[in-house]
Design a protein. Structure first.
Length: 339
């Protein structure tokens, strides 16, 4: 056992009492024995801290750390990662409302040890009831970071998953004072593109993690904001020039931008709430762009107005759907993901 590389598993949490036991038990059920487990409490008030303390009393591999004050989501992640022991060779983040399958650490470490150039190891994941992460052909276990980045940018595939999906080599964590960018809307995927510009990606052809959906967490809150489309556009603007030729980038970004502007035009007709526009304004600012004015969106707004005139039921249906989403998030308890 002592010859096995040490993995530091990190779970930042805030008010995740509904899910924290399942998360912790999934880590303790690992077939891979050589790990420490850091549970970092972001000033929880719902009993999560007591749950963490209960498990720490039973298992010496667990350390519970409580933040001196409440911090935002990404600073909480970064602060938690600074607690990793220098002896660890790998770091595994497991978000507090997610969990991992029993062979997760064992299979990921095996790929990491087989391919020293792989700075990040990924796998298939279960997102709610959907298996995600396709894009790397069997039996390939290691692929150039530039190759997979190009494939994702050109074809829209996504093998990075969420932070729970990935295993990081500890030296890349130690190198970055703020491991995840605290100014980006898509800090976890930006990290992968930045690291993989000069490293390889390992991949396990097995479902090894579960990401919860629809639980009132951060992604649930912004689900109706078309964050994935904005993210696709921002990613192309940020990383397209690094990984794609000018012709490839122009060909790929044109339809993505057109679809994004269409959504903004429809959102104007739907009368989206100020938070929606603030979210998009903030996202575009990270790539040096301003939110288009209503005047600039005139063609898209006109098309959306025509759509409404021809299909009035569309407007009623979309407004009703948005009310359900917003009401549902409002009723949900504030959970997880380090908020």
């Amino acid at each position: 056992m002592t010859d096995l590389p040490l993995v530091s598993v990190v779970t930042p949490f805030y008010n995740t009492a509904d899910f924290l036991r399942e998360c912790i038990e999934s880590v303790l059920a690992q077939t891979y024995p050589q790990f420490e487990y850091l549970l970092v409490d972001n000033q929880s008030t719902d009993g999560s801290a007591a749950i963490a303390a209960e498990y720490a009393q039973k298992d010496s591999r667990i350390r519970v750390i409580r933040n001196a004050k409440f911090v935002a989501q990404v600073p909480n992640y970064n602060g938690a990662l600074r607690q990793v022991t220098p002896k660890a060779r790998y770091v595994k983040v497991v978000l507090a409302d997610d969990w991992i399958f029993p062979e997760c650490l064992e299979r990921m470490v095996a790929v990491g040890e087989s391919y020293p150039t792989a700075a990040i190891i990924s796998s298939y994941r279960l997102k709610g009831g959907e298996v995600c992460g396709s894009g790397i052909e069997w039996p390939t276990e290691c692929i150039s970071g530039r190759s997979i980045s190009r494939l994702q940018l050109l074809e829209g595939r996504y093998v990075f998953g969420s932070p729970t999906t990935l295993l990081y080599r500890s030296d890349i964590v130690a190198k970055r004072d703020s491991f995840y960018s605290e100014s980006s809307l898509h800090d976890d995927s930006d990290l992968c593109y930045e690291v993989l510009a000069d490293a390889d990606l390992g991949f396990v052809h097995q479902v090894l993690s579960f990401s919860r959906v629809g639980n009132g967490g951060t992604l649930s809150t912004i689900e109706s904001y078309h964050w994935t489309l904005l993210g696709s556009y921002m990613t192309l603007r940020k990383f397209g020039p690094q990984f794609l030729s000018e012709e490839e980038l122009a060909s790929r970004i044109r339809p993505v931008r057109a679809e994004y502007l269409r959504i903004l035009g429809e959102s104007a007709v739907l009368g989206r709430e100020p938070e929606f526009w603030r979210y998009h304004r903030r996202g575009l600012a990270t790539v040096g762009e301003e939110l288009p004015s209503r005047w600039a969106l005139t063609p898209q707004i006109a098309r959306a107005a025509i759509k409404t005139a021809v299909r009035p039921w569309w407007l009623r249906r979309e407004r009703a759907r948005l009310r359900r989403v917003i009401d549902g998030v409002g009723r949900s308890s504030p959970v997880g993901r380090g908020q």
